[in-house]
Design a protein around this ligand. Structure first.
Ligand code: C2E
Ligand code: MG
Ligand code: MG
Length: 431
């Protein structure tokens, strides 16, 4: 049953968007259908305002609304501007979450690439938060609030799309709760594992470092892929705990590897939401001191997309990490939309070319060209470049002739246990 009388509704009672949304929900409830609310935000409108004036920002805002209306929405769907850079898209009906996700993907493919705007090319810098009625909210203001929450999470996520998931303790989806509880236990009981994937230094032909990759095997859930574990940690508010565990145990293992090769490096992935936490550099510093490892032995990887969002806070965190001597790497490079200006401004050390380009570089000529250009770009910016997804010897050969610095992939070695990597390192040191 829709509850109209709650405080939030009364407070927002005169908001036309909430009223239109409420009308749609009332209709849907009568016909037993679901409604999907997709909140689309295009952060570039704000930048256009600042650079070219509100008039220009308005035109961009209209152009985006028009594009969404004509290319992403169906006749019965509604689009209402919530502010100049935020649009409420109401899918009526949205038979499933999958349909809402499809629409969100469609929107991101429209708003992901740069748009031609008054003769200039502008990337809308969009994100989409999704919430479903009646699955996740009982009335319009609640639905809006949930979609806002999802939008906030989406901003820090690689795909820039997020479907609302209730935080732990909120009730609703038992499966999600169970999932999150299992993760919490795994962190507390130290049953998570880190695997390490070797990285080949192409010039010396030696394994010079490894990337730490999270492995979670649960008795009931089986093997949970790391991006899902990270996602569950984010929605359960466990991401800092998880990252702290990853950092501590990666640095501890680094200490082991360095007993054999003192110059060995360990790369650690962090999630975009970690960058919002002031404590991250503190955790890293503490772990470095605990295990007596130099900052310069550790490489922190952040995905390209994460690097570009939350710019103010993330840049602060990156500088604090840098002050510890830690090296910074841009992961999955080539899949996001970097501003070259940021690439030049940030204190970066390394680019990792996304495996989607590398794996097919010998089959798709375009990919070969992209890999070559990315290697040149990295070198021109005085960054080291690592190719991921090196699955064959032939690819390794091609990368060698292009002057790539490091290679990571099945051909060099699969992710493996600490014990196994120690064996490989010992063999190498005896050669
Ligand atoms: P990533 O950081 O880009 O890691 C590389 C992924 O590519 C790994 O997948 C690795 O197993 C896989 N890979 C390596 N070589 C090859 C190859 O030659 N071919 C193919 N097809 N794949 C290859 P994995 O371990 O499933 O990790 C997936 C993603 O999950 C990682 O992508 C990273 O973004 C995230 N992740 C993993 N561990 C952590 C962690 O501790 N914290 C955070 N925040 N994210 C993590
Ligand atoms: Mg990585
Ligand atoms: Mg990667």
């Amino acid at each position: 049953m829709l509850s109209h009388g709650d405080d939030a509704m009364q407070h927002e009672g005169r908001n036309p968007v909430v009223e239109r949304l409420q009308e749609s929900l009332t209709q849907a409830e009568r016909s037993g259908e679901s409604v999907g609310l997709l909140l689309v935000q295009a952060a570039a409108v704000d930048r256009i305002d600042a650079l070219h004036g509100f008039h220009a920002g308005d035109r961009m805002s209209h152009a985006i609304a028009q594009l969404l209306r004509s290319k992403a929405l169906r006749k019965r769907d509604l689009i209402e501007p919530l502010s100049r850079d935020e649009f409420a898209c109401i899918l009526r009906p949205a038979p499933s979450e999958g349909i809402a996700m499809l629409a969100a993907n469609r929107m991101m493919s429209l708003l992901g690439p740069p748009m031609d705007f008054s003769g200039k090319s502008v990337t809308p810098d969009a994100a989409v938060g999704i919430a479903m009625f009646p699955q996740q909210a009982a009335n319009a203001s609640e639905l809006l609030q949930r979609a806002k929450h999802a939008l906030h999470v989406a901003r820090g996520h690689r795909e820039r799309i997020w479907l609302y998931t209730p935080p732990a303790g909120h009730g609703a989806v038992i499966d999600q709760l169970e999932y999150e509880n299992r993760l919490r236990n795994a962190i507390e009981q130290n049953t998570l594992m880190l695997y390490f994937q070797p990285q080949l230094d192409i010039r010396t032909g030696r394994m010079g470092g490894a990337e730490a990759l999270l492995r979670w095997h649960d008795d009931v859930l089986g093997f949970v892929p790391p991006h899902l574990a990270v996602r569950a940690a984010e929605s359960a508010g466990l991401i800092d705990q998880l990252t702290m565990w990853v950092i501590t145990s990666a640095i501890q293992s680094c200490r082991e590897f360095q007993k054999i090769d003192p110059d060995f490096t360990v790369s650690i992935n962090i999630s975009p939401s970690n960058l919002r936490e002031a404590d991250l550099p503190y955790y890293v510093d503490r772990a470095l001191r605990t295990w007596n490892v130099r900052g310069s032995s550790i490489i922190i990887e952040i995905t390209e997309t994460a690097m570009m969002v939350e710019q103010e806070t993330s840049h602060e965190a990156l500088r604090a990490l840098k002050a510890l001597g830690v090296r910074l790497s841009v992961d999955d490079f080539g899949t996001g939309y970097s501003s070259m200006q940021y690439l030049a401004q940030l204190p970066l050390d390394e680019l990792k070319i996304d495996l989607s380009f590398v794996r097919a570089m010998l089959d798709v000529p375009q990919n070969h060209k992209i890999v070559r250009s990315l290697i040149d770009l990295a070198h021109n910016l005085e960054l080291k470049v690592v190719a991921e997804g090196v699955e064959t010897e032939a690819i390794l050969g091609a990368l060698t002739s292009l002057g790539c610095d490091q290679a990571q992939g099945w051909d060099v070695g699969r992710p493996t246990t600490v014990a196994d990597l120690l064996l490989r390192l010992r063999e190498q040191s005896e050669r």
